[in-house]
Design a protein around this ligand. Structure first.
Ligand code: F6R
Ligand code: MN
Length: 187
């Protein structure tokens, strides 16, 4: 008996790019990130079409029990003294977690609970980040090359960006030539 073997999608672990027939790509430009960076005057001076990050995702079925797989490619750079970062979010379904895997570049994963307590994990090739439920998350590129991280999350999780309209309670900046995390009072 001949059992057919299908070819699944592939991912290059050196850069997070997928090989698949069907992909979804979403680019986030500087102009999309109004109110995200602390230095609004410098933010306005950057061309709005500048790409800050790009997410490539495999197409997968949606519904209870299904999973999404995607890679975020976050460019290096700063808005003023603040490193490029993703918008960041809680999941709409707060109890749903996620796993991130660092693939290339270096940066930080900012995690924040519903009480506003924040912590940071170092992201580097091979790092594994278990993001628990009820935890907002944001990638920050503190390096000089693209930061790519692979993520797997439940397709029912959804995104809640509005809950963080006030921002996270930590900002990561370059100050005195060093990467520093600063506590923010009002987001
Ligand atoms: C999915 C997830 C990532 C992010 C991506 C972009 O739940 O956490 O795929 O969606 O890193 O970040 P946001 O969505 O905050 O713009
Ligand atoms: Mn997420």
């Amino acid at each position: 008996m001949n059992i057919p073997v299908s070819l699944p999608p592939g991912v290059a672990f050196l850069n997070g790019h997928f090989t698949a027939e069907d992909m979804i790509t979403k680019i986030t430009h500087c102009g999309d990130l109004a109110g995200v960076f602390h230095d609004q005057i410098t933010w306005q001076s950057i061309p709005s079409e500048t790409t800050i990050y790009q997410v490539e995702m495999l197409k997968s079925p949606q519904g209870e029990g299904e999973l999404f797989v995607g890679t975020t490619h976050l460019n290096p750079g700063r808005v003023g003294d603040e490193f490029y970062m993703t918008r960041g979010h809680f999941h709409q379904r707060r109890e749903q977690g996620e796993v991130y895997f660092g693939l290339r570049g270096s940066g930080l994963l900012l995690l924040q609970n519903e009480q506003g307590e924040a912590r940071l994990e170092q992201v580097s090739p091979g790092s594994v980040h278990i993001i628990p439920g009820f935890t907002a998350h944001r990638l920050i590129n503190t390096g000089t090359e693209v930061l790519s991280a692979l993520a797997v999350w439940p397709s029912i999780a959804g995104h809640d960006y509005a809950a963080l309209a006030q921002g996270f309670s930590l900002r990561v900046v370059l100050q005195d030539g060093k990467i520093q995390a600063k506590e923010v009072q009002n987001g």
